[in-house]
Design a protein around this ligand. Structure first.
Ligand code: HEC
Length: 145
């Protein structure tokens, strides 16, 4: 086989690989886009800030922290999608992040999202942490320099 043919085959394989990766990434990207379009990202960040780098609590828990908290909970999609639609309520006992956010509640989002959309976004959020089978202390443990 000539060098040129080999190079052509290799680049065809690379194109196929890159295209495959793009297709695999599509659901997460579109769920992120949906979250952005529905206004979730006004309050939420995807990633948590490393400890020691922020002086005030974030407006809302990061999606990464939410994923860490609920990764072992098989009913999380149902419960969290309902909370997204109905809001969290202002009383501390109705909240799950009291003291960790500067906003004191999540308002209902039922005009912004359908139940299906809430489930799609929450399903994606829950993929943002390593699974319960491989617990990782992650950035919570790393000490800032
Ligand atoms: C006005 C700001 C705001 C907006 C907009 C917002 N959230 Fe929230 N969200 C919050 C706050 C604050 C909390 C923490 C509530 C608590 O303490 O339980 C929260 C909590 C959550 C939780 C975790 C609930 C729990 O009980 O642990 C999820 C999941 C969530 N939000 C998803 C979403 C999604 C999806 C959207 C878009 C449809 C959205 N949020 C829009 C402020 C917001």
């Amino acid at each position: 086989m000539s060098k040129a043919i080999r190079a052509a085959r290799l680049s065809a394989a690379m194109v196929a690989f890159v295209a495959g990766a793009a297709i695999a990434a599509t659901p997460a990207q579109s769920a992120y886009q949906l979250a952005r379009d529905r206004g979730c990202m006004v309050c939420h960040e995807v990633e948590s800030s490393p400890p020691g780098t922020v002086e005030v609590p974030p407006s809302a828990p990061s999606f990464e922290d939410i994923a860490r908290r609920y990764r072992a909970d098989p009913s999380a999609v149902d419960r969290l999608a309902a909370i997204v639609e109905q809001g969290s309520g202002p009383r501390a006992r109705d909240r799950h992040w009291a003291g960790k956010t500067s906003f004191t509640q999540m308002f209902p989002n039922e005009l912004e999202v359908t139940n299906e959309e809430a489930r799609e976004i929450v399903g994606w959020i829950l993929t943002l942490a390593p699974s319960a089978a491989t617990p990782s202390k992650g950035r919570q443990q790393s000490s800032p320099r």
